[in-house]
Write a protein that binds this ligand. Structure first.
Ligand SMILES: [Zn+2]
Length: 469
């Protein structure tokens, strides 16, 4: 395999202009998922991608319609029945381009300047999809495939993947795999290859407190009627203690402890308190003091008040005692918390705390479990070794504070871990005017994925997952 590996890497080095050209073709299709007038373009991007998969001589390639944008699926033959199956996830839709006048050129006509390629979607994430496909092409022309590949490309990520869960759920058999690669999380700098091994989950709630049957005159009723806005504020004040910890009983019980080695790695990340102060425009930070900022954002759960509504909020004054007080509350969750369990804990907390002077209703609006891939899983080891081969150093290991639903869906529905990475840089202007891709980093990334594919083959058939398929 060693000879094949070299020949695959050489192939990538010898065909750079062609690979940029092909990415350009993909870029020219304005597949903006949120704009109905681009519906056809979204479909065209799916077809273009399916053609790419066919040209890679995949065994099966299919475009599946969904209630929204189609899903493009493909799988390679299994040349070695013991080889692991890697599912590559991606999204071929892009963000809108406005404000258009801030772009230095047509957003859908790739423009090269130095080592950068400018266009909408070039970084997020058409370039990332092509990096994965180009690496496969390089491996394919070098000889037998070291692993089996499957591809799952959706066209609705930028609008929240409304049909992805149902799709994965109803196609579990064809999607069965040993691990998933999601190259949509990027890296922290051109010299800082990054593996994101955990994502926080989310539990989102709408809380409504009702007091009197209508808004009342505070002169006639103040002192007799319990004001729901006051009840809500007292409740919210009770949700954290003076050390910034959430006070809901049991909230932290399932939270997985950080090992010393993991803490060390998290604290190697090039984000410090200053970064948060500057980016947020505040003088002082807040939160659990015994954890660093990287740990607090990646490895600790939170509870936030996302919105508050009650009483009179217009200009001037109105002496009203409001009938209703509402709050939007949400928790970012970490392994091994479960959104349903958190909902129960919050419900119990409300039962215990809220006085009988108000009635209340709690609705859960969203739930996504956290995901965490063991850092010593074979998939992550294979990727880490691959990046080390290209960059000459161990990658950064990051826990991401946000929520990427696909990772949770794959874990829940297929029982597989995801390895999150990618070659987008923090200054790529994703979602903004003049989005760009650093081509030098892109090519290094492609070589990294090539090594990754071979490493997975070398590491045997149980990569990333304890049990068989
Ligand atoms: Zn993306």
């Amino acid at each position: 395999m060693e000879k094949n590996r070299q020949s695959a890497i050489e192939y990538l080095r010898n065909n750079r202009e062609d690979l940029i050209e092909r990415l350009g073709e993909f870029i020219r299709i304005p597949s903006i998922s949120t704009e109905p007038e681009h519906r056809e373009d979204v479909g065209r991007a799916a077809e273009w991608l399916a053609r790419q998969l066919r040209s890679l001589d995949l065994q099966e390639v299919e475009i599946f319609p969904t209630a929204g944008a189609p899903v493009v699926y493909g799988s390679t033959r299994s040349e070695d029945p013991k080889a692991p199956t890697l599912l590559v996830y991606g999204h071929y839709d892009v963000q809108p381009v406005d404000p258009l006048d801030e772009w230095k050129g047509d957003p859908f006509e790739p423009r090269r300047q130095g080592d950068n390629l400018y266009a909408r979607g070039v970084s997020d994430m058409k370039g990332q999809i092509m990096a994965a496909l180009n690496a496969l092409q390089a491996v394919r022309q070098a000889g037998d495939l070291p692993i089996r590949f499957k591809f799952l490309f959706e066209g609705e990520e930028e609008v929240g993947s409304p049909n992805l869960y149902a799709f994965i759920n109803s196609h579990r058999e064809i999607l069965a795999c040993d691990l998933c690669l999601n190259p949509d999380t990027g890296m922290l700098g051109p010299e800082l290859p990054t593996i994101t091994y955990a994502l926080r989950g989310l539990a989102y709630f709408d809380l409504c407190l009702r007091g009197p049957s209508q808004d009342l005159h505070s002169g006639s009723f103040g002192g007799v009627i319990h004001n729901p806005a006051q009840v809500l504020c007292e409740l919210i004040a009770d949700l954290h203690d003076e050390n910034g910890r959430v006070t809901i009983p049991g909230f932290y019980d399932p939270v997985r402890k950080l090992e010393a080695e993991e803490r060390e790695d998290l604290n190697r990340l090039p984000v410090d308190e200053d970064f948060y102060r500057k980016t947020a425009g505040v003088e002082n930070l807040w939160g659990e003091r015994e954890f660093s900022v990287s740990e607090r954002v990646g490895a600790r759960p939170t509870l936030e008040v996302n919105g508050l509504l009650s009483g009179f909020t217009g200009e001037g004054s109105k002496t009203v005692l409001p009938a209703v007080a509402k709050a939007k509350l949400s928790c970012r969750l970490v392994a091994d918390q479960k959104p349903a369990e958190v909902a129960e804990q919050l419900e119990r907390f409300l039962q215990d705390r809220l006085p009988d002077t108000v009635t209340w209703e709690l609705k859960q609006l969203a739930a996504a479990p956290p995901v965490l891939s063991p850092r010593d899983s074979k998939g992550i080891t294979a990727l880490s070794d691959a990046f080390e081969a290209v960059w000459g150093k161990r990658p950064l290991f990051r826990r991401e504070g946000g929520t990427v639903p696909v990772g949770a869906y794959l874990q829940e529905l297929l029982g597989v871990d995801s390895v999150q990475t990618g070659f987008a840089l923090p200054d790529d202007n994703a979602h903004s005017p003049n989005e760009k891709l650093d081509l030098a980093t892109w090519f290094r990334g492609m070589e990294g994925l090539t090594h990754f594919y071979y490493n997975l083959g070398d590491h045997g058939s149980d990569s990333g997952k304890d049990s068989g398929r």
